[in-house]
Write a protein that binds this ligand. Structure first.
Ligand code: SF4
Length: 271
């Protein structure tokens, strides 16, 4: 790319593609039950075996695929209210969030989810200041393995739900070093943070303890949520009650606050 073209692209208004925008209850982690507006971005660099949003995962779509439209919905009752058009700009999305908040709110916060929202760091750099001006609380859900991208948007994040991906559940390789780096930066950012690890029947105590030590190196008081895997479309297998009981007890020897929290939204039939 020549220099002039590079500068022109830098100045262009950033855009993003969404797969969904909806109002619902947070179903995971320490803020379970809070009402949020969920912004689901298209695209993910991971391909977890248990993924329940395959429409947002690049590896499961054709090369070059981008969603053309996205539903704006009241997910709690399964209602699609209208369709939005991709790509969105920071201002068009902030406007749509204001509208959804008036129609379905009030909401505790805006959840950035996906896919992996940090793949859209340039878009977020223009979009998140607009949410801040509107007085919104910003809640990030992330794979927790893109530390340099997190750094670029950290100043706007109020709450970060940070995954540690366990190979026994994802079917992918571990990224311990990236998770450790991410947690260091998140811990220093001033945001409220907690860690979530999805564990299935094939998860091992060894990998769970490794995850706990990665967290403990930053701070043993970071809440650690052990989330039992929910099988999706025949993929993945839930852990047994005995496994969960053993893991929670063993991890509690490493960390101060280890909790077992299943996906609550699925228990009440909400997306
Ligand atoms: S990181 Fe999340 S969105 Fe990406 S593949 Fe895994 S579960 Fe799906």
């Amino acid at each position: 790319m020549n220099e002039a073209r590079g500068k022109e692209e830098e100045r262009a208004v950033p855009e993003a593609h969404l797969t969904e925008l909806f109002s619902s209850f947070q179903g995971e982690g320490v803020h379970v039950g809070r009402r949020q507006i969920f912004v689901r971005f298209y695209g993910c660099h991971r391909n977890c075996d248990y993924c329940d949003t395959p429409g947002s995962v690049s590896a499961r779509q054709g090369s070059g695929y981008r969603p053309v439209t996205f539903p704006v919905a009241l997910a709690a009752v399964g209602d699609e209210m209208r369709r939005g058009t991709n790509p969105v700009t920071p201002h068009s999305l902030a406007h749509e969030i204001d509208r959804l908040d008036r129609e379905a709110g009030p909401h505790h916060s805006v959840a950035l989810t996906g896919g992996e929202p940090l793949l859209h760091d340039r878009f977020l750099g223009a979009f998140l200041p607009l949410l801040k001006v509107a007085g919104r609380v910003i809640y990030l859900e992330t794979t927790g393995d893109l530390p340099a991208r997190f750094e670029k948007v950290a100043r706007w994040i109020d709450i970060a739900a940070i995954d540690i991906k366990l190979p026994g559940a994802t079917g992918e390789v571990s990224r311990w070093e990236a998770h450790g780096d991410f947690l260091e930066r998140a811990g220093a950012s001033g945001a409220e943070i907690f860690v979530k690890a999805v564990a299935g029947a094939k998860s091992t105590l060894e990998e769970l303890e490794k995850a706990a030590f990665v967290v403990a190196e930053v701070s043993p008081s970071i809440p650690f949520i052990l989330q039992p895997l929910t099988p999706f479309e025949g993929r993945g297998e839930a852990p047994s009650p005995a496994q969960l009981s053993r893991w929670q007890a063993r991890l509690s020897r490493i960390l101060d606050d280890v909790r077992v929290i299943p996906q609550a939204h699925k228990a009440v039939g909400v997306r």
